[in-house]
Design a protein around this ligand. Structure first.
Ligand SMILES: Nc1ncnc2c1ncn2[C@@H]1O[C@H](COP(=O)(O)OP(=O)(O)OP(=O)(O)O)[C@@H](O)[C@H]1O
Length: 279
């Protein structure tokens, strides 16, 4: 009986987060030309991209090839110089609650404890106290941070901070998660673990995810698709569909083979061949 009640409560909390799944995204001829002090910079040549609801797309490339610019435009924080973006067919004209952008730096509030950090957006959205605490706890459990509700940011490791940031983003129930190198500052072991956790979360929530990374194996481990970018000017040079079964292991032979193939394309696009690099 008690068990049934628990399952029901879990279901009630989850159903408050409807729609749980992701939505589609259409990027149509989006380009960006910045006018800096040193002149114009073509950050991005026109990009066309169709992302299906619940798809996991990785944007892979070296520094300065326009990955963050594209994410900012999709987030509605930057205007494109040409083209447009639609989410579920609706023109994006600014930031919206259907999209959340996550960065390498978790950007948490140091004066709030973990629970209040996760509750923050819900409070802004006017969710009543009891309900927002319930929801924040639910998402903290999802990122394996049960028991750390009262901790402050300075008491957490880098990986834990990033988990809090993910819980905070999920609590807002976005349909699209825009992740800009979220694991870039973490040590290799923590990074592997968070990759696996993110894949689990994605499998259970079916959000649409755009994930920027410099790391080829990370991209192959996570993506349904990997888009390879090249710099000067920023552009997409190739697209790979990754059909390896999930969950994926970084040590899997086929994954490593696919990563080598993509790495070769990346190096060619950059016009250089360096040996022994992993990303
Ligand atoms: N606000 C800006 N004003 C002028 N130039 C900019 C601005 N933002 C980005 N750029 C330039 O646009 C280009 C693309 O930058 P962007 O940050 O999108 O690349 P990126 O692939 O995300 O790089 P990184 O991986 O280092 O974040 C770079 O040459 C960058 O210097």
């Amino acid at each position: 009986m008690f068990q049934r009640q628990l399952v029901k409560e879990k279901h009630d909390i989850e159903s408050k987060h409807e729609p749980a799944g992701g939505i589609s995204l259409q990027v149509e001829g989006v380009s960006k030309l910045y006018h800096g002090r040193t002149g114009a910079v073509q950050a991005l040549l026109p990009v066309d991209l169709d992302v299906k609801p619940g798809e996991f797309v990785c944007l892979l490339g070296p520094s300065g090839c326009g990955k963050s610019t594209l994410l900012s435009i999709i987030a509605g924080l930057e205007l494109p110089s040409s083209g447009q973006v639609r989410a579920n067919g609706k023109l994006i004209q600014g930031p919206g609650t259907d999209r959340v952008l996550l960065f390498q730096d978790a950007a948490l509030f140091p004066w709030l404890d973990v629970l209040r950090n996760v509750e923050f957006g819900l409070r802004q959205a006017g969710v009543p106290p009891k309900e927002r605490t319930e929801q924040a706890r639910h998402f903290l459990e999802l990122v394996h941070l049960h028991g750390f509700e009262k901790s402050y940011v300075h008491q957490l490791s880098g990986g834990m901070r990033q988990r809090v940031a993910i819980a905070r983003a999920l609590a807002l129930n976005p349909a699209i998660l825009l992740m800009d190198e979220p694991f870039g500052a973490l040590d290799a072991l923590t990074r592997d673990r968070l990759q696996a956790e993110l894949e689990e979360i994605w499998s259970s929530t079916r959000k649409t995810i755009l994930f920027v990374t410099h790391n080829v194996r990370e991209a192959v481990a996570l993506g349904d698709r990997v888009l390879v970018f090249a710099p000067r000017p920023g552009r997409i040079v190739r697209e790979f569909r990754i059909t390896l079964p999930r969950p994926r292991s970084l040590e899997n032979y086929q994954l490593m083979e696919q990563a080598s193939e993509i790495l070769a394309v990346l190096k060619e696009a950059m016009g250089e061949v360096k040996h022994g690099e992993s990303d």
